[in-house]
Design a protein. Structure first.
Length: 315
C-alpha cells in the first residue's frame, strides 16, 4: 500500500514538471533504484529509454540550465512529420480533395472522413502518423471542425463511397479527354411577389420595403423554378427559370440552353458529354420522360450523352 502511494505521489510531481525537469526527475529515480531502474521508470512514466539515459548523463555531468531560458536547444527535439516527409502534405491534400465537403478543387463533394480514417489511409500508404497529428496538419491547412447539419435521409448503401469514387473517376476521364462534364439540379421553388425574404439591402433610413404579412400562394404573381446546369471545367453555368412545373422536358430544355449558350462554343470538337444528377425529381433515375427527352437532345446536338445518378439522399 505504501509503495502504491509513493508511486502515485511521484506521478503527481512528474505531471507538474516541464520537459527538462521531468527528464532529470525520472533519471534521478532510476539512479536511486539502480539495476533495472531505467526499465521500471520507462514503464511507470512513459518516457523513452534514450530520454532517461540522457537525463542521467546530464545529472552526472552537472549541466546547468537557466530556468528562464529555453527548455530545448534551438532545433532540438523530434522534427515534425511534414519536415521528415514533405510529400505527406501533398498526399493528405489529395485525400482531402476527394473527400472534403465544400472543397472547390474537388470534382464531387461528399461526406468528409474523420481524422482516424485519414490516419488509417495514410498508414496504408506507408506513413507513420497519429490522428492527433492529422488534426494538427488539417488545422494548419485551414480546415476546421464543422457543426452538424441535417443531411440524413435514412439508411445508406454499403457501397455509397464506391459509387462516388466511380463517378469521380469517370468525370476525370471525360475531362482528361476535353469533354464537357456538367452537374444539374433543380433548386427550391420560390413564389414571386411582395413576400418577406431573409437578408437586408441598403435603403433610405426609416423607409424599409413593405411586403405582405402572409405568404399565401394566392398573393403571389407566380412561381419561379430555378434549374441549373453547371460546367465543372469552365466554372460557369446557366440557370433556367421556369414558371409552371418542374418536368423532365423542362430539365432537358435547361441543358439545351446551356449547350447553345456555352457548351457548343467551348467544346466545338467534342463527341460526348457526361451529366451528373441526383436520383429524383424531373431528372430522376426512374423517370422515363427524362430519358426520352434526353435522347431527343442527344439526336439533336449529335452528342453521345452519358448519365450518372448520385446515390439517394445526395445534395
Amino acid at each position: 500500500m505504501a509503495e502504491r502511494t509513493q508511486k502515485d505521489t511521484m506521478l503527481k510531481v512528474f505531471g507538474t514538471l516541464n520537459e527538462a525537469q521531468a527528464r532529470w526527475f525520472v533519471a534521478r529515480e532510476a539512479m536511486i533504484i539502480g539495476h533495472g531502474g531505467i526499465k521500471k521508470m520507462c514503464e511507470l512514466t512513459g518516457l523513452s529509454k534514450p530520454t532517461i539515459i540522457k537525463g542521467i548523463k546530464e545529472l552526472k555531468a552537472k549541466e546547468k540550465f537557466d530556468a528562464g531560458e529555453r527548455i530545448r536547444r534551438p532545433g532540438a527535439g523530434r522534427k515534425r512529420i511534414e519536415e521528415r516527409n514533405p510529400e505527406i502534405l501533398k498526399v493528405l491534400k489529395e485525400i482531402m480533395d476527394e473527400t472534403t465537403a465544400g472543397d472547390p478543387m474537388s470534382l464531387l463533394k461528399w461526406t468528409s472522413k474523420s481524422t482516424y480514417q485519414i490516419k488509417d489511409q495514410l498508414q496504408r500508404l506507408g506513413y507513420s502518423i497519429t490522428e492527433d497529428t492529422v488534426g494538427r496538419i488539417l488545422k494548419e491547412m485551414d480546415y476546421s471542425l464543422q457543426a452538424n447539419v441535417k443531411v440524413k435521409e435514412g439508411g445508406t448503401h454499403k457501397d455509397r463511397d464506391s459509387q462516388f469514387r466511380y463517378i469521380n473517376d469517370l468525370a476525370k476521364e471525360f475531362m482528361g479527354w476535353g469533354d464537357p462534364v456538367i452537374s444539374i439540379d433543380a433548386k427550391k421553388k420560390e413564389r414571386v411577389g411582395d413576400f418577406k425574404n431573409p437578408g437586408r439591402r441598403w435603403r433610405p433610413k426609416g423607409s424599409p420595403e413593405e411586403v405582405n404579412v402572409y405568404d399565401y400562394p394566392s398573393l403571389s404573381k407566380g412561381t419561379a423554378i430555378p434549374y441549373g446546369a453547371y460546367d465543372i471545367q469552365k466554372n460557369n453555368d446557366v440557370v433556367n427559370v421556369g414558371i409552371s412545373h418542374e418536368t423532365a422536358e423542362f430539365a432537358v430544355e435547361s441543358i439545351r440552353r446551356w449547350w447553345k449558350q456555352f457548351g457548343s462554343h467551348q467544346y466545338p470538337n467534342t463527341k460526348r458529354m457526361l451529366i451528373c444528377a441526383d436520383g429524383g425529381g424531373s431528372n430522376g433515375s426512374r423517370n422515363r420522360a427524362w430519358k426520352f427527352y434526353l435522347q431527343l437532345l442527344s439526336d439533336e446536338i449529335s452528342l453521345s450523352i452519358a448519365l450518372c445518378h448520385y446515390p439517394p439522399g445526395t445534395r
